[in-house]
Design a protein around this ligand. Structure first.
Ligand code: SF4
Length: 315
């Protein structure tokens, strides 16, 4: 899996002051599972070190000004942003991680100033805005927000689900394989958005008799929209109950009690999601319930990340 990342987060000394903002989660944990494509539009435009810049609203448009002498650098930075984006384009990236608060890389976190020096609010940095326009369905997040275990878990799940679909699509699947893809993602999609999951089911059923090319394009757009939704404890609990339904004819009274106690404890934030999920996986393996064992919701990304072991990964 390839992920584009702000170069300063990878420890590259490309910040305006010659420093970096090395993020250990990205390089040491995610780096075991993904290949990074670094970018830095400001280094490309102005070199390093360089005067810092700020976003400024002028004539109803967003400009970039030097903090040193107020020079308007919009043209130069826009040009570098377009070049960086074109350089990224050939790579089959499954996501982008931006440095927060940067006038180039921030996602709705870069300060936007008025000509009188007052801060008007927060905006996308120039490069982040271009990326959103070019890749509207691509998973994108800032390193700052990834400190939150809930946002981190959601983003990592989205990354892997996106990459999963890209790999599926590149293997020229048949309509039957689309049915299987959807079936094995049932609980993952339900944990994101029940309505979208059902709408995806209708696309797979194809009552309108679309050509497969159209059918899979419709599926792709909605699937990528669904995986961008944030899960919640309530939705996850609902999914756990559904999964338990596939075990009910196998489990003893005590086994059922154990499972439902764990569901309740998860809902009360006494135990993390990994606890009831591990029990479901154990029972599914013991009683050979293949439908459950094949669900990506049990293992949406490599276990080594251990993101579902945090109580705060649920909201
Ligand atoms: S935030 Fe973006 S533009 Fe600034 S140093 Fe990092 S990669 Fe470069």
């Amino acid at each position: 899996m390839k992920i584009a990342v702000s170069a300063c987060l990878l420890g590259e000394s490309v910040r305006f002051d010659g420093g970096h903002k090395h993020d250990r989660f990205i390089t040491d944990e995610l780096g075991q599972l993904a290949e990074f494509i670094p970018f830095c539009p400001e280094h490309l435009a102005f070199g390093t070190p360089r005067p810092s810049v700020r976003l400024m609203r002028q004539d109803e448009k967003i400009h970039v000004h030097s903090n040193k002498n107020g020079t308007d650098l919009t043209e130069q930075l826009c040009h570098a942003c377009r070049n960086e984006l074109n350089r990224l384009s050939p790579y089959p990236i499954s996501g982008i991680i931006f440095k927060s608060k940067s006038p180039s890389c921030g996602m709705k976190s870069a300060k936007l100033y008025l000509e009188n020096g007052m801060c008007e609010g927060k905006e996308d940095g120039l490069f982040a805005a271009l990326c959103r326009e070019r890749y509207p369905l691509l998973p994108m997040e800032e390193e700052g927000r990834l400190q939150d275990p809930w946002l981190r878990e959601n983003f990592i799940m989205q990354l892997f689900a996106y990459n999963d679909f890209e790999q599926f699509k590149s293997a020229n699947p048949s309509p039957g394989e689309l049915v299987r893809f959807h079936t094995t993602r049932k609980f993952m999609l339900q944990s994101k958005d029940e309505k979208m999951y059902r709408a995806l089911g209708n696309i797979v059923a194809n009552h309108e008799h679309y050509d497969f090319e159209i059918q899979i394009a419709l599926y792709e757009t909605l699937y990528k929209t669904a995986i961008a939704q944030k899960s919640s404890i309530k939705r996850n609990r609902n999914v756990l109950e559904h999964m338990a339904g596939f075990l009910k004819n196998h489990l003893s009274k005590i086994e059922k009690e154990v499972l439902h106690t764990q569901f309740a404890e998860y809902a009360e934030k006494i135990v993390p999601l990994i606890v009831p999920l591990s029990t479901i996986a154990l029972y599914a393996a013991h009683y050979q319930v293949d439908y459950l064992l094949e669900q990506t919701f049990l293992n949406p990304y490599p276990k080594t990340l251990a993101l579902r072991s945090h109580i705060d990964a649920g909201k």
